[in-house]
Design a protein. Sequence first.
Length: 303
Amino acid sequence: MSRYDSNPFEEEEVNPFSDPAVRKGSGQSNYGGGAFYTTNPGTVPPATSRLSPLPPEPYDRGAAVDIPLDSAKDLKTKEKELKAKEAELKKREQELKRKEDAIARAGIVIEEKNWPPYFPIIHHDIANEIPIHLQKMQYVAFTTLLGLVLCLSWNVVAVTTAWIKGEGPTIWFLAIIYFISGVPGGYVLWYRPLYRAMRTDSALKFGWFFLFYLLHIGFCIFAAVAPPVIFKGKSLAGILPAIDLLGDHALVGIFYFIGFGFFCIESLLSVWVIQQVYMYFRGSGKAAEMKREAATRTMMAAL
């Protein structure tokens, strides 16, 4: 025995085809095939047998990898396009900021329409734009605007019933004119000036509000009475046409009495609003400021 023996753990290479029995059975098969197909069930290769490994594939370290140049060019082109778009966006942003700064210096306030929420037609945000101590007054003034909408809408309903009962179409057309001119006119002429006056403390806006709100109160009182002097009396749901119609058409008379109640409530709320606004106007010193502005304008016009 030599000094160095062979490795006891080395597996012995055995060729399974060297067995004559295996070669003999290779000519015929007892099975038709399948996943567990064997040529001869009685002959199984020993567990110590090992298949020879596949030869390694040749690998050239110096071989060049083929990368398409078109994709690299496309990436550079897209990168240039993105940079151009980014530069254009920055330019637009700077232009927009410049315009906003110019508008802010000019004192122009951009008002986004947000009311009513389901169909915004006006800008209205008392909670965030009106000082806290003036919000109650502004809310009541807004209530009078909505009250005017209600009064003129009900007036159309009452006059329509009178027209159906034979009072003629003229009063109905007048009621429609009151509604079409009264609702947007009330917002533009006295509510929006009051809103901006409360927000900016502008004496001129307060003066504009007082002028047209007095006309609003006068119209509400006139509509509550509805005398047949200037307009045709039955075109307004007041107390006098209600009494006149109650005898012949009870339903129409009731509708007119309801309209009379609406106009009375609107008149009372409007009187409270103008009283509160005037007290604030005098107490904050805006009256004296308005007088000084009027004197200055008169002097400049004279010069």
